[in-house]
Write a protein that binds this ligand. Structure first.
Ligand SMILES: Cc1ncc(COP(=O)(O)O)c(C=O)c1O
Length: 427
């Protein structure tokens, strides 16, 4: 009895602690400007108007399930996949992956055998850790070679072609967490055709911008595309794989039973709703704003010599070289901004030559959250100016914190996320 009582007290304490921490986190998020490029906010109406609020899971593929009660699951999964295909102009889609990392894992499982050769953009040039970093499953199981950038900060397609001819990869991966320029898809396709490799794009970051049509992407040129649902696409956390029809069965089997078992049905319905949302006027405005704000910030940052890495951006983030401009590593810059309520993240740059984040010279500044919160160009410019002043140590922390709170006030007034908007106003 005494033991039960002790446990009960302990549980009560844990209950109040976890609720308290959750609340504190939510309050914290109201006090910060979030410039982490992979973060975003989902419009509140999408939470309340979620098509399915149940908790069932399922596994397997449509029509071949190991659990009963799948009649509606099959219809939901077929429709969600069809919506994904329609939005991106793809031949086949599967939306079961728990994340884009896991989607990448499934694609490698489908297209490569252990020890096979693949090419991908180097981590320090903007590639992702699932693109063959030694410490990641991808680098442990497959023989990844990496291509990099030329002196102008663009992917060096000539060097990539030479490397491909030299090592004969089975797969060429293109995609990035921090490469602010669009890809030359046709150059990549022709390199793949020359060496007989499959072409995979990891569009984890760009997915929402492509779905909205503010970035052009010839989906048909790729064999496989992976993406995150939760970055610019503003969906639930998870990943999508798109592929050519001739790869559909290999990709599906690589997801299940190849790399995962169950998935929540709710992810499929929320993903379908998010994908449909990308076809609305509101989403188009948000996606366009994300690009416009990044351009405005890049313009403001470029007033400081050496600060903008690669001289600009065509995406929803800007890369800063804080070591060159201010003599401080990205981590120091990140902490300095965090202290006054601006969130960003340190970024390895090609000049770092290593994947060690603690030594990174850069900082990545994203605009998806600002675009979702209804910020306009003027505020983006003010925030960029404030960042430069903070990194130059012009402002005291109190002064800068006050400015951040003022700018947050503007966002709250313009906030389109809490209105109960009508469900669909398609373009
Ligand atoms: C290019 C790229 N691929 C894959 C991922 C992994 O995505 P997830 O966090 O959904 O696993 C990221 C994450 O930032 C990314 O930038």
């Amino acid at each position: 009895m005494q033991h039960e009582q002790l446990n009960r007290d302990h549980l009560d304490e844990q209950v109040s602690r976890i609720y308290d921490l959750g609340k504190q986190q939510q309050e914290y998020e109201k006090r910060v400007i979030n410039l982490i490029a992979s973060d975003n906010v989902i419009p509140a109406w999408r939470h309340t108007q979620s098509p399915y609020k149940g908790d069932m899971i399922q596994e397997g593929i449509v029509g071949d399930r190991p659990f009963a009660g799948a009649a509606f699951h099959n219809k939901i999964e077929s429709l969600a996949a069809k919506i994904a295909c329609d939005v991106f102009g793809a031949e086949h889609a599967i939306l079961q992956s728990h994340s884009c990392s896991q989607a990448n894992q499934a694609v490698y499982h489908a297209l490569l055998a252990d020890g096979d050769t693949a090419l991908a953009l180097r981590f320090s040039a903007g590639g992702h850790l699932t693109h063959g970093l030694r410490q990641n499953f991808s680098g442990r199981h497959f023989r990844f070679h990496h291509y990099g950038l030329n002196d102008s900060g663009l992917i060096d397609y000539d060097a990539l072609r030479e490397l491909a001819v030299d090592v004969h990869p089975k797969l060429i991966v293109c995609g990035s967490s921090s490469y602010p320029w669009l890809y030359d898809v046709h150059a990549l396709r022709s390199i793949c055709d020359r060496v007989g490799a499959k072409l995979m794009f990891d569009l984890s970051h760009e997915a929402g911008l492509i779905a909205a049509g503010v970035i052009d992407f010839p989906v048909a040129a790729a064999d496989v595309i992976t993406m995150s649902l939760d970055k610019t696409l503003r969906g639930p956390h998870g990943g999508i794989i798109l592929c050519k029809a001739n790869l559909a069965s290999a990709i599906d089997r690589a997801v299940h039973p190849g790399t995962q078992s169950s998935f929540p049905i709710r992810r499929l319905t929320d993903a379908a709703a998010a994908l449909l949302d990308t076809q609305t006027l509101d989403f188009y405005a948000y996606a366009k704003r994300a690009l416009d704000l990044a351009e405005v910030m890049a313009g403001e940052f470029s007033l400081t010599s050496g600060l903008v890495f690669g001289s600009g951006t065509q995406k929803h983030y800007v890369l800063l070289n804080t070591r060159e401009a201010f003599g401080i590593p990205g981590q120091v810059a990140e902490v300095r901004l965090e202290q006054v309520g601006i969130l960003s993240n340190r970024q390895v740059l090609p000049s770092d030559g290593s994947a060690r984040m603690s030594q990174a010279s850069g900082l990545r500044i994203g605009t998806a959250w600002m675009a979702s919160r209804g910020y306009e160009a003027l505020e983006a410019q003010k925030i960029a100016r404030l960042i430069v002043d903070l990194l130059r140590e012009i402002h005291s922390n109190t002064e800068a914190s006050n400015l951040v709170q003022k700018l947050l006030g503007v966002a709250r007034e313009a906030d389109c996320l809490h209105a109960h908007e009508p469900l669909w106003n398609f373009r």
